[in-house]
Design a protein around this ligand. Structure first.
Ligand code: SF4
Length: 508
């Protein structure tokens, strides 16, 4: 097995940096379906550019490289323990090289292991099979979309949809509800893996497994094929849109399977995958571990460029912001404005926000732009370099954000997916704004960072530390302003109404 280590490292690097062709094609279609000039269309332009940038420079497509999940099939007699060891070594090496973010956190102490190894990480499932080769599939599914997975126990009552019964109509309602409840927080347009039936734990596992299907395949079960098609059509009428900005492209795939269940249980388990749908696979020679062929991609074919034109088109109407920001500047902004930030900002996410509740900030946050971001950072020649730095899901900071704004004078909060009413009230009271970056556009945003000026609270680990960075032309959209307006609340309301009307579909 002299080639096993290099084969596994190549699998991880390609999965993290090179989106599979079926996903690229679906994202291009989604972008072309969108109305030019809308916020969703602008978001998709950044996403498409980001896909190309990641491929060109072999950088992580998204800074959240997720929970590495390997599905391994081996011929009878192959040593699976040896493969598990090699997977762990390759994961640690890919982390050292900055292709994976250190994402493994001890759930009791909160300590990040720094190399993606720890209790039950990475995840590896092994099966034997009758074939001669080894097959290893890998999925990197980030936390933002993982948090939007949802499981329904039918019969149940759903917002905007009423009762979901134990039949196909009930299942369809659950799946559409899953798209609606994700809004932009899972980095829409997303894809769904669904399992109808099974038990709670296995249902989720089978739902995730559906995400290994190719996006444009057709379900061999005609009933499920029809349901998949129906969901796709109805979901794209909800108006959630890319990043939850409203628009036509909310879903790029829906893959459903059914499994037998207990008479007393009827679960519909939904795995929500973001647009940064990273999954690849390899076949390996069982004697040497060398790659004999790739799954999902043809390495002989150069990945086609997906970006349209110059990527994110500037109109000249963008508002230039240079922190420190003033109350008057923030009150002049309104929902829908596009801003370009040049100057200094600080990152801060879950640990930083919890820490700020009990401790003063290590830096002056008066007039600051606070970026919800857990970057991939590498130290090169004694200096920190940003390898990937897109926004993380902001709603997790809802319990803290209003206090942070009020206490420390933060003027702009940058993240993705929007925040709730408590934060909106603080924005209004203090004169601050919420700026939505484009989730997953980690390479695009990494290129806006001119310099890492410093780091604080490093004891929280790289993703959770407070990074002090200087950026240039960092693009974001005002989605919550100081006048009490929230694009997120508006889209959630409008898509909820749309959900009520699409619910009256063929199975209704
Ligand atoms: S694209 Fe969004 S949801 Fe997906 S891993 Fe990145 S930040 Fe998380």
């Amino acid at each position: 097995m002299e080639f096993l280590a290099t084969s596994l490292l190549e699998l991880i690097v390609q999965t993290s940096t090179n989106l599979p062709p079926d996903v690229r094609a679906a994202m291009s279609l989604a972008a072309n379906a969108e109305t030019p000039g809308t916020q969703s269309s602008q978001a998709l332009d950044i996403i498409l550019s980001n896909i190309d940038m990641a491929n060109q420079d072999e950088g992580p497509i998204c800074q959240d490289t997720g929970m590495p999940t390997f599905i391994v099939h081996t011929p009878v007699g192959v040593n699976q323990i040896r493969i598990k060891q090699a997977i762990c070594e390759a994961v640690a090496e890919a982390t050292r090289l900055g292709k994976l973010r250190p994402n493994s956190v001890d759930s009791l102490t909160g300590k990040n292991s720094g190399n993606n190894l720890g209790e039950e990480t990475p995840v590896a499932h092994f099966e034997q099979w009758e074939e001669d080769e080894i097959e290893i599939k890998l999925m990197l599914k980030g936390g933002g979309c993982e948090n939007k997975n949802i499981q329904y126990s039918v019969p149940c009552n759903l917002d905007h949809l009423g009762r979901a019964d134990r039949n196909l109509e009930g299942v369809r309602k659950c799946i559409l509800h899953a798209v609606w409840q994700a809004q932009g927080q899972g980095c829409a347009p997303g894809a769904l893996g669904v399992c109808i039936g099974s038990d709670r734990a296995h249902g989720y596992e089978l739902a995730k497994e559906q995400l290994f299907r190719i996006l444009d395949d057709v379900n061999p079960n005609p009933t499920l094929a029809a349901l998949e098609a129906e969901v796709m059509e109805a979901a794209n009428e909800l108006g959630v849109g890319a990043m939850g900005f409203g628009g036509k492209s909310s879903l790029i795939g829906c893959k459903i399977r059914a499994a037998n269940r207990l008479p007393a249980s009827f679960f519909v388990s939904v795995a929500y995958e973001c647009w940064a749908f990273r999954r690849l696979g390899v076949r390996l020679d069982a004697a040497t571990g060398a790659i004999t062929r790739w799954l999902y991609r043809d390495p002989a074919r150069v990945a086609e460029r997906v970006a349209r034109g110059e990527g994110f088109p500037l109109t000249g109407r963008e508002v230039i912001l240079t922190p420190p920001l003033t109350e008057a500047q923030m009150r002049a902004l309104k929902v829908g404005d596009v801003v370009l930030i040049s100057g200094e900002m600080f990152t801060g996410r879950d640990n930083v926000h919890a820490w700020l509740m009990k401790n003063p900030p290590p830096v002056d946050l008066n007039g600051a732009a606070l970026y919800h971001c857990g970057p991939v950072m590498l130290k090169e020649a004694g200096e920190w370099r940003v390898k990937a730095a897109g926004p993380t899901t902001s709603i997790r900071e809802e319990p803290y954000q209003a206090d942070v704004i009020r206490r420390y004078g933060v003027r702009a909060v940058i993240g993705k997916g929007g925040m709730g009413t408590k934060t909106l009230e603080a924005l209004k009271a203090c004169g601050a704004v919420y700026l939505n970056g484009i989730g997953g556009a980690a390479q695009y945003y990494a290129r806006t960072v001119e310099k890492v000026l410093g780091v604080h609270l490093m004891e929280f680990g790289i993703p959770e530390a407070m990074w002090h960075i200087r950026v240039r032309n960092f693009a974001a959209i005002v989605t919550m302003d100081a006048h009490g307006n929230s694009l997120h609340a508006d889209v959630e309301r409008a898509s909820g109404e749309a959900l009520e009307s699409v619910a009256a579909g063929p199975h209704a």
